[in-house]
Write a protein of this length. Structure first.
Length: 197
């Protein structure tokens, strides 16, 4: 029998001889570990809420780590994590590992159709992004392939924060018209705040 095994047997015998000591050790450990676990769980939920995706563990982000060169830019090379459109198309066509591949880019836009026009973050996405993320909507529907057709009317998803702050938590927000950089869009759904952030 190993040294550790002998120590465990000895300790169990000692606890049997003094059950009060065994109980006090168990209570002390419980009082030390229990509150720490409770505080950790509260802090985790407060600062790191669960991702609003169907299966967040199956998502991956692919970024560029090289330099892009733009004519006339100073300096000549510009380091960027962005993947160019042609690179994305090549990657999508040749990859056989991922179930779905999508791309998005963040820009800003002036949002109209509300009390006062405001600058907002705008994410332009490929049709496959929402299919890959499968976010749990607050209300409304996700965009489908028909929404991305060249002749389709403009549709948009807004975040819950924008819906609450700029659209006054309007329960009839689905179907409401807004403008982004003076282009008309109809709101199709409300996304949780952390989908792209």
């Amino acid at each position: 029998m190993s040294e550790l095994g002998r120590e465990i047997v000895f300790d169990l015998r000692q606890f049997r001889r003094s059950p009060g000591l065994a109980a006090s050790v168990a209570v002390t450990i419980g009082l030390g570990v229990g509150p720490n676990l409770a505080v950790f769980a509260l802090l985790r939920d407060a600062f790191f809420p669960p991702a609003p995706y169907h299966e967040p563990g199956r998502l991956a982000i692919v970024q560029n780590t090289g330099l892009y060169y733009f004519e006339g830019s100073v300096p000549e090379g510009l380091e960027s994590p962005m993947v160019s459109g042609p690179d994305f198309e090549d990657f999508s066509a040749r990859q056989h590992v991922f179930e779905a591949v999508g791309a998005f880019v963040e820009t800003t836009a002036v949002m109209g159709g509300i009390d006062r026009p405001r600058s907002v973050s705008r994410f332009v996405v490929t049709p496959t992004v929402l299919a890959a993320l499968r976010p749990q909507l607050v209300r409304g529907r996700l965009l489908g392939a028909a929404d991305f057709a060249a002749d389709a009317p403009g549709v948009a998803l807004v975040t819950e924060g924008l819906w609450r702050s700029r659209l006054a938590s309007d329960p009839a927000v689905i179907g409401r018209s807004i403008t982004l950089d003076e282009q008309p869009f109809t709101i199709a759904g409300v996304l949780p705040d952390r989908v792209f952030g």
